[in-house]
Ligand binder design. Structure first.
Ligand SMILES: Nc1ncnc2c1ncn2[C@@H]1O[C@H](COP(=O)(O)OP(=O)(O)OP(=O)(O)O)[C@@H](O)[C@H]1O
Ligand SMILES: [Mg+2]
Length: 179
C-alpha cells in the first residue's frame, strides 16, 4: 500500500467488521514536533486480552475467507519504517483504538494520499455509521462529523449521490488547504 489513506480505510474496515456504530479518525501532523499520528477508535466488539497478543501477527485473523490478516501488520510496518510505532488498545465489549505514529519528515514515511476518498468511501458504504473525522495541524483543526450532516439533511440519505458529492467537495475544500 502506497498511501496512509489506504491503511486508514483498511483499519476502519476492521472496525466495521467488528460491528462499530461509531468510528473516530484523527490525523495529527505537527511540524513543530516532526510527528504524524493516526488514531482510529471504534465502539465495536473489541478484542480480548489473549487475541490482543496475536493480532499484529500476519497469520492471525478471524476472517474465514483466507488465512492471513495483514491490515494491522502492514500499518505497523509502515510506522516502523518511518521511525514510529503502532499501539493497540482494546476492551472486549467496549471497542478498540489503533494508534500509529510516524516521524513526519522521515524519508520512508508514506504520504497521506487521498484521505478525502477514504472518508467518502467509508460513508458511502456504511450510511448507518457515525463517522467523525478530525484533522489537526499545529495551529489548525478541522472537524467533520456525519451526525451533524444527518441532522441537517433531514429525510435525504447520507449516501445519496447529491449528499456524497457535497461531502466530497466540502472535505476537498477543507482538507486540501491543510495538506
Ligand atoms: N477494530 C477491531 N475490532 C475488533 N477486532 C479487530 C479489530 N481490528 C482487528 N481485529 C481483529 O484482529 C484481526 C487481525 O486484523 P487485521 O486487519 O490485521 O487482519 P484482517 O482484518 O483479519 O485481514 P485483512 O485486514 O488482511 O483483510 C482481525 O481478524 C480481527 O479478529
Ligand atoms: Mg483488517
Amino acid at each position: 500500500m502506497e498511501d496512509l489513506s489506504l491503511h486508514i480505510l483498511d483499519i476502519a474496515e476492521n472496525s466495521i467488521n467488528a460491528g462499530a456504530k461509531n468510528i473516530e479518525i484523527v490525523i495529527t501532523d505537527s511540524l513543530s514536533n516532526d510527528l504524524l499520528t493516526i488514531e482510529i477508535k471504534d465502539d465495536g466488539k473489541g478484542i480480548d486480552a489473549e487475541a490482543q497478543q496475536k493480532v499484529m501477527d500476519p497469520f492471525y485473523t478471524t476472517r474465514t475467507t483466507r488465512k492471513v490478516g495483514l491490515g494491522l501488520a502492514l500499518l505497523e510496518e509502515a510506522a516502523k519504517d518511518a521511525d514510529g510505532q503502532l499501539k493497540l488498545e482494546s476492551e472486549l465489549g467496549k471497542g478498540t483504538k489503533v494508534y500509529a505514529v510516524f516521524r513526519l519528515s522521515h524519508i520512508d514515511r508514506k504520504p497521506i494520499g487521498n484521505i478525502v476518498d477514504t472518508i467518502v468511501t467509508i460513508i458511502a458504504g456504511n450510511p448507518e455509521l457515525n463517522l467523525k473525522f478530525i484533522y489537526k495541524q499545529d495551529d489548525n483543526k478541522f472537524v467533520f462529523d456525519t451526525t451533524e450532516i444527518k441532522n441537517r439533511i433531514g429525510d435525504l440519505e447520507i449516501n445519496s449521490i447529491e449528499i456524497i458529492k457535497f461531502i466530497h467537495q466540502y472535505l476537498s475544500e477543507n482538507v486540501n488547504k491543510l495538506l
